[in-house]
Each structure stands twice: as structure tokens, then as C-alpha cells.
Design a protein around this ligand. Structure first.
Ligand code: PRP
Length: 188
């Protein structure tokens, strides 16, 4: 185990079981829509979701397209407005024929996902659903209590987690598991 990791929260076997389960749920839920001619788009929110999406997409048997958006919240002072900066947008003209599943590594306050759902619906997507590997309900914005992803891996406590895409100062994203970062790393 990496020396900066206090303990492993979600190990490789558990992640594998999660991606297998969610892929089966997506296959089940979108088969009719795909057969009716709609396109299924997995929309990865950079950067943390890259690893999760890479594993998940391999297990979905329906034909899927992939795309990417990059967003950042406006920062502490204005974050409660629920708005986010769009740093890389989704550009396509056929959104009325597209069912989007937004892929996230983690839901924290919930602001990013709730904003993106509204944004992509306004852009005209046929449907917008959400999928997250990790959920930290304790951190939810008071205005978003009760907000959950349509597909969710596992709920975690309010710990500083890294690995499997998640970073601290851009480090630890390549770890194959989700672990709790040793406080010594971010208090020094
Ligand atoms: C994280 C995560 C989500 C968002 C969740 O991204 O990947 O996009 O924050 O937080 P919220 O529920 O409070 O909106 P981050 O800004 O750390 O970017 P990164 O994925 O590039 O590391």
C-alpha cells in the first residue's frame, strides 16, 4: 500500500463488483431506448472520473458513445449559488437523440451534478441521468439534501479520500483503490 494512505476504503475487488453491478443496471435500463434508435452517451466529468468511466464502459454491453466535460466550482464565496464554471463544454447538435449518463467519481455538496443535470436538459438532451462511484451524503449542500445519483457505487464517510481517479494536489489518481489520505500529508 502507498505509504501516504492511512487505510483502504474501497478495494479493487469492491470496485470491480460495483462497476459490474452498475453496468448491468445501465444495460437493463437503456436497452429499449437504444433499440428505439437513441444514442447512449457516457459523459465523463474530468479529471477524477476518468478511471471509473474507463472500467465501467468496458462492462456495458450496449453500444455507448463517450465524451468529456470539465467544470470547476466558482469557489468558496459563491459556491452556495450552485453555479459552476464550464471549462470544457459538450458540443453536439443531436442532443434530442441522446440519452446522457453523467459519470462522476464522487458527490460531495451535490452542486456540480445538480447544475449539470439542469444545464444538459436545457441544451436539449433526450434524458439526463447521473452515476457516481462514491457518495458523501454528510457533505451535501443544505439546499440539496436528498439529492442522489441514479446509479451509485457506495456511500462513504466524510474522510479525505484519494485514488482511483481522486487526487490531492494532482497526486494519487493512479492508485487502483480508494484510500483515506494520511492527515500528515495535508497538514505539513
Ligand atoms: C470533484 C468531483 C466532482 C465534484 C464533486 O471534482 O470529481 O466533479 O468535485 O463536488 P460537489 O458535489 O461538491 O460539486 P474536482 O473539482 O475535485 O476536480 P477533479 O475531478 O479534476 O479532481
Amino acid at each position: 500500500m502507498n505509504q501516504d494512505i492511512l487505510s483502504i476504503l474501497v478495494n479493487e475487488e469492491q470496485i470491480d463488483a460495483i462497476t459490474t453491478r452498475i453496468a448491468a443496471e445501465i444495460d437493463r435500463d437503456y436497452r429499449a431506448s437504444v433499440e428505439a434508435g437513441k444514442k447512449l452517451l457516457l459523459l465523463c466529468i474530468l479529471k477524477g472520473s476518468v478511471v471509473f468511466m474507463g472500467d465501467l464502459m468496458k462492462k456495458i454491453t450496449l453500444p455507448v458513445e463517450i465524451d468529456f466535460m470539465k467544470v470547476s466550482s466558482y469557489g468558496a464565496g459563491t459556491a452556495s449559488s450552485g453555479r459552476v464554471n464550464i471549462l470544457l463544454d459538450l458540443h453536439r447538435r443531436d442532443l434530442p437523440d441522446v440519452d446522457i449518463i453523467i459519470i462522476e467519481d464522487i458527490i460531495d455538496s451535490g452542486r456540480t451534478l445538480s447544475y449539470l443535470i439542469d444545464y444538459l436538459k436545457l441544451k436539449g438532451a433526450n434524458s439526463v441521468k447521473t452515476c457516481t462511484l462514491l457518495d458523501k451524503p454528510e457533505r451535501r449542500d443544505p439546499a440539496l439534501v436528498g439529492f442522489h445519483a441514479d446509479y451509485a457505487g457506495t456511500t462513504i464517510p466524510d474522510e479525505f479520500v484519494v485514488g482511483y481517479g481522486l487526487d490531492y494536489n494532482e497526486q494519487y489518481r493512479a492508485l487502483p483503490y480508494v484510500g483515506i489520505l494520511s492527515p500528515a500529508v495535508y497538514t505539513k
